[in-house]
Design a protein around this ligand. Structure first.
Ligand SMILES: Cc1ncc(COP(=O)(O)O)c(C=O)c1O
Length: 411
């Protein structure tokens, strides 16, 4: 491994400023990792002070796949970076990818491949297809970005809590959901499948009960499935359309989380009613997005074509990191509760027994000051989640161990 010594400039680093071989990243120490990530202008690592560990924002401290990097290099051999048409083969590539990974074959003609990330995609969808005079429902705790998009794109947000059992096992209360929807007049359900921050992969029975409710109340279901490619080995993700009982749905996803390419623009929406793609494309044009994402399309194409084996390896590594974190916490800090994610690299922690009830509203600032850890405070996920936090374990083993040691000191 070569990590060149220098202090980090605010301007973009030249690639030659810092070279870490791909296989060295999982072994980087906290100091090496913080420096390497800052050299790449990581939003997450630039937000914390020296010696602090940034385990909030959901991207990985592990390299993006070689085929993605190669695709960018290849494209940059062409000297013109002008307006870019969407790669016409992408919808079919996305569709084939679902066939291989889930058994569902989406209709490429019902799909809009987009030159921006998922929050914008969902905003576009809500503004175009949802009944904006009625609120949107989310299940809390719920990823803050979704809550914000739901709230800002419609006339409000209805938060329905998931049930919380022993060992932070969360579940659905369908009767409560029905009652809240009927009481508020909500017409759209924003579902996170798998769930952020819990990492729950909803079971087929849970999804069927939601699908029954959606049909009964004629809800538009927007299923955000961005974490699904990182479903842990031994678990099974069910795309919404496989359980849907009516055609008022849209699936929103991207390769951002799974392939760690969120800095590259690209996502897709798939509509239950193919005819609804046309108004999406019209709105897209009026937003000024009348072209594909030049580098994003190349990256998507390469990962969709050649990324299956890499993804299987990365998913297994992510599962090992999660299992390790849970084992160490159970052994060294049993008063910290920890959910059991079935997908992704986010760990939902119950810190209520180790932070004083008088801890400041902003638990994130408290944790940073007490133990130099930047996590996302539970309050950001809606509902009654003061005292909870989300930790990103998609990092190097030494950084994870140091973070667990620091959490252990709270216990
Ligand atoms: C469930 C979920 N949806 C959407 C996003 C945001 O995706 P993007 O950065 O592409 O807008 C995230 C990011 O953490 C997420 O976890």
């Amino acid at each position: 491994m070569t990590v060149t010594e220098h202090s980090w400039p605010d301007h973009p680093a030249a690639p030659s400023d810092l070279v870490v071989a791909p296989h060295d990243w999982p072994a980087l120490t906290p100091t090496e990792l913080a420096r390497a990530r800052r050299a790449g202008q990581s939003k997450r690592w630039h937000a914390v002070g020296p010696d602090h560990l940034a385990l909030g924002v959901a991207d990985m401290d592990l390299p993006s796949p070689p085929m993605a990097l190669q695709a960018i290099e290849d494209r940059l051999r062409h000297p013109i970076l002008g307006y870019h048409r969407l790669l016409p083969t992408l919808p079919e590539q996305v569709s084939q990818w679902y066939v291989r990974h889930t058994g569902w074959k989406p209709d490429p003609d019902a799909m809009a491949v987009l030159p921006f990330g998922l929050k914008t995609a969902i905003r576009l969808l809500l503004e175009t297809l949802a009944d904006r005079n009625h609120p949107v429902v989310v299940l809390t705790p719920c990823y803050d970005g979704l809550r914000r998009v739901g709230r800002d794109a419609t006339c409000g947000l209805v938060e329905v809590p998931l049930t919380r059992g022993p060992d932070l096992a969360y579940g659905l209360d369908i009767e409560l959901l029905r009652a809240r929807i009927l009481a508020t007049g909500a017409r759209t359900l924003l579902l996170c499948n798998p769930h952020n921050p819990l990492g729950r992969v909803w079971s087929i029975d849970e999804l069927r009960s939601l699908a029954g409710l959606a049909e009964e109340l004629d809800l538009l279901v927007v299923s955000d499935e961005v974490h699904s490619p990182l479903t842990h080995p031994g678990r099974r993700h069910h795309p919404w359309p496989l359980v849907a009982r009516h055609d008022r749905w849209a699936v929103a996803s991207s390769l951002g989380k799974a392939f760690n390419v969120s800095g590259i623009a690209g996502s897709w929406l798939i509509c239950g009613r193919p005819a609804e793609r046309a108004p999406l494309l019209r709105a897209l044009k009026s937003w000024g997005h009348h072209q594909g994402s030049l580098l994003g399309d190349q990256v998507m194409d390469a990962c969709l074509r050649h990324g299956d084996d890499w993804l299987a390896e990365r998913t297994a590594l992510v599962q090992r990191l999660v299992q390790h974190a849970r084992r160490v916490l159970a052994r060294d800090a049993p008063s910290i509760g920890c959910a059991a994610p079935e997908a992704g690299y986010l760990l939902w922690l119950d810190l209520r027994r180790v932070v004083p009830a008088s801890a400041p509203d902003d638990l994130s600032a408290y944790l940073e000051e007490r133990c130099g850890l930047r996590l996302v405070a539970g309050a950001r996920f809606g509902g009654d989640h003061a005292g909870f936090a989300r930790m990103n374990v998609g990092t190097s083993w030494p950084v994870l161990d140091e973070a667990l040691r620091r959490l252990g000191r709270l216990a």
